[in-house]
Structure formats: structure tokens, C-alpha cells
Design a protein around this ligand. Sequence first.
Ligand code: GP9
Ligand code: MN
Length: 623
Amino acid sequence: MNVKKIPLPVMAAVLLWIKTYVVYKASFQIKIESLMQELILFINPLSFLLFAFGLAFYFTGEKSRNRYVLFTSLLLGIVLYANVVFYRFFTDFITLPVLFQTSNFSDLGDSALTEIHWYDGAYFIDILLLIIFFKQKRRTSDFVPVKKMHRRAYFLVAAALLFFNIGLAETERPQLLTRTFDREMLVKNLGTYHYHIYDIFLQSKSSAQRAMADGSELVDIDNYVSANYVKPDPDFFGMAKDKNVILVTLESLQSFVIQNDVYGEEITPFLNDLIGDSYYFDQFYHQTGQGKTSDSEFLVENSLYPLSRGSVFFTHAGNELDSLAQNLSEQGYYTSAMHANNKSFWNRDVMYQSIGYDRFYSAADYHITPDNSVGWGMKDIHFFEQSVDLMKEMPKPFYTKMITLTNHHPFRLDEEDQYISEYDSKSGTLNRYFQTVRYMDEAVKIFFQKLKDEGLYDDSIIILYGDHYGISENHNEAMAQYLGEDVTPYVSTQLQRVPLIVHIPGVTDKGNGEVLSKVSGQIDLKPTILHLLGVDTKNSIQFGEDLFSEEHNDFVVLRDGRFILKDYVYADHTCYAKETRESTDPAFCDPFKEKARKELEYSDKIIYGDLLRFYESVEYINK
Ligand code: GP9
Ligand code: MN
């Protein structure tokens, strides 16, 4: 084949394609776990590049076409290189909100400079090759504009490639775009250029919605929230004043495993004991959507609902918030989050700045080895042990939110960590789930012991809750076998219960443990915790209610619109009576439909319009 015959745009696309792949391998640490993932990584830059350079075929003059090709190569080369430099410092890919977050800007400028090296010129070698190539070409061949038919065929190939790429990515990572988990995942599956386009799209969408909003919308919301405020119980208000707060997010833990067994073996022996020494809420629901763990964090920190699609951590990471962490900072607490995973997962590194933690202890702060890892990363026992060592060094009082990891789909464990036997059903996921839950239970037990050994226990309150379901509806058949009943919409809704355990040393462990069957959800945690610490929330925009308040209402809305009352469950457009577990007269649920809809709508409005930035002025209007 005569290289000189290759059209310049195609040549440029191929050069940049190869360069991008080389840069992926050399400058980013993208985890590749299979040959298929490697293949996706390899092909993912190509379709975008074919499109970008293909536009050159619309130029009729040789000079303008060459200029366009060169300019595009340079521009994309700069984008790629900027990511390399950014990655060297932040081990992350650039996002628009990061670039435009003014507080980051000066830091970014400084750190960027220190990460640029003289040998980085090598990143632009393809441009040099391109110039040589087109100089040669100009000398030897005449310029011919491209025929329409060829142009069409070219774009058809590019489009086919794009769909092939998306298809492969979808099989590797279902719901990649709607869940937007992790930037590494997006780059790995769709390529760095598509990732930037997607990021621009997300950003412009939320900027538009934000630009249209003004504080007046907040007045109604504020009125609604104030009317629904419930007074704290004086016996509980300030009960844990100035204690350290340790909030433990237990990955994928659902309530149905509590006080339950597999072939006679207890699944959560430690938690079962702990419940006796704690306030245990057995009618507490997760309210997460596609943002899973990140949604649970959002709910707990802000007492707002997450969004119905995507994760707020990604879509609205720059919003003004009035978080639990900020409230506790104001009370002199040192605030942090602890999670032994890549810090960019769920965009935490960016969102945590808006939440306002003083510190995020992520994978880089833990000693992670192949021996102490399984599945998604560091095993919980090691995570808890190392975390307590980190806690010892924290200024007191502190508030820290810990997130466990081992009890995560696909629920794999090393043999030595399997304390109970597998369940036997058609679903491997459910079969293994009980074992990983049992492992997590052991980890929590070791954690409590270590807190005691290190003298942290007495001055702390420990609150544990499940973040979301672990077993999805795909496993209904196996679930029905375990539960001994069909998973109807009613049962499925009841399965959305996650444990909430509030353990207050010196109080609940002195025989004051209690099972509280209040119908409630993650949204209630922020006012509950603040009130326990003696912090007033009367002026906060929050949809939750203090769980210890006498006035707490038995009502919880799930993110998909289902809701649960004291005696009824509204699911699948049907009103179910808890007593009979059968559908009943819709009139029992009807009066609450409007309230459920309104809460979700108001909360969405706050997030889309970034309305809390107007809060001070609304307070003023209302006074
Ligand atoms: C990852 C962990 C799991 O860091 O929080 O996220 P999930 O898939 O459960 O949302
Ligand atoms: Mn989770």
C-alpha cells in the first residue's frame, strides 16, 4: 500500500488514535481486567477521531483542509496532554466543573506547572509526523476534493464503529451513561474524547437549569418545609453533645438478613447482639436511585432526595449545600469521610468539597495490598483496623463517615473469610450474599473491639446503616425460595428496608436498647444526628424528620415514587394493607400521593436550580 495515497484526515486520525492508546497505557493507570476490556480501550478513541477529522472532507480547498486537520490534531493533542498533566497530580481526568470551580483554580495552575516536563514534547510527535507527511504528499500528489458518496461511506464506517464501541461497553458496564459511576470507567469504555463531550453535555444542561432559577422558588419550598418541621424530644436533644460521631455506611446491607439465618447459621451474629444495646429502627428504608452509595451519602448529608436519573454526585457536584458536615464544622467538629477506594469513584473527590469535609481518606491513605484485598478492593476488616488508627490522629471531637466495600456485588470472598456456608438457589449472587454479609458483620465486630482498645469508644456515638439493596429484582425467584413467599410488589417494597442502628455508649449499652418501628428513611438521619448533638435544625431546608421526635410521622417516600405509611404501602400504583399483605381500598393511600409527589418535586427543584445558594435571602424575605 502506498502510504502517500492515504487521505490526510485519515492519516491524522490513525496517528492520534495510536497516540491516544499509547498515552492510555503509559500515562494513566486504567485497570484492565480482561482481553475484552483491552479491546474496548484500544478501539474507543477511533470513532470520535474519524468523525472529527472527517469534517475535513467538507473543505474544498487543500490549504484550508490541511489547516483544519492540523488545528484539530493540535487541539485534541492539547486536550489529551492536559489530562496527562492533570492526572499526574490528581490521578483523575479533567471535568468541566473542576476547571471552573474558582476555588480550585489557583491550586490547579500551580500544580499544573510543576507537573510539566521538558520531555513532554514527545506527546506531540504525531503533529510533527503529520507535517512531514503532508509536505511530502503535497509534492507528490494533486489535491482532489472528496466525492459525496465516499464521504458518506466514510461516515457510515465511523458511525458503525461508534455503535460497535457502545455495544461492547454496554455489555461490559450496563447503564454506563445513566449511572455515570466513575470517570475512569467512562474513559475506559467510551474513550477520553467521548468522555469530554459527555461531560460538556452534562455541564451545559445543569448550567442552563441553574441559570433559569431564582430565589423565589425557594419561598414555597421553605414554607412547606417549615410547616412540616417536627420538634425534637427534649430527652434526646443534646444526648450525645460533643461526642465523636462515627457514621458507618454498610454496603448493600438489607434488613431481611438481620436476626435471620442460612441453614441454621446466623448471618449477622454481631449486629444481632448490637441491636440489643442500641436503638434499632426496623422500618427504615433506603431511598436511593441510580446513584446507589453516592445517593445514600447525599440523602444522609443533606436530607434532600437524590435525583431520579444519574447520581447527584456527578450531575450537581458544584451545588451549594447545607450538609451535616458543614453544620458540625460550625460546632467545632473535625469532619471527614473514609473509604478505601479510588477517590474519583462517584466523583467523590469533587463532591466532597461541596459537602465540606475537612478530609477525605481514600485508597491513597490506606495500605492496600493484594493480600488484604478482594473484589472491589480492601477487605472491610483491614479497612476498619486501619481507619481506627487514622481516627486516633484526628482532632477531637470528630465526625467521620466510613463506607465499607466487601459486601458488594458480585459478593466474592477468599475462602478463609467465609464464616458460613453458601445458600443453595439458582442465584449465585444471593447464595454468596449471605457469606459476604457475614464477613462484614465480623468486620464490624472487630471494629467495635478496636474502638474500645484504642480508647475511642466511650467518647463516640456509632451509627450504622445500610446504603441500598444488595439483591436486585433479577433474583426474585431465588429470593422467594429463601423467604418462602412470592416477591410481590408489596414484598419487594418491604425488601427495601435497610438496618439503622444508633449506638450510644453510656446510654444504649446500659440496658436501654430498644426496637423503634418508625416508618422512616435515610432522609431522616441529618436532623436526627444534629438533634442528638444538640444542634437546632429549625431553619434548615430538609425533608427528613428527627427519628426520636414524638411528632415523627410514619411516612417515607422512595425515589421511584413508592411510599410507605404505618399500615399501608403504595407500590406499583396499588395500595397494599400491611396487615393482609394484599391490595386494599386506594382511599387509604390517596391522601399521601400528593405529599409524596410534592416532596420529590421540591427536592428536585432545589438540586436543578442550585437553590440553596439563595437561602439567606429567602430567610430574610420570610422574616
Ligand atoms: C464504591 C462503592 C460502591 O466506592 O461506594 O458503590 P455502589 O456500586 O454501591 O454505588
Ligand atoms: Mn453501595
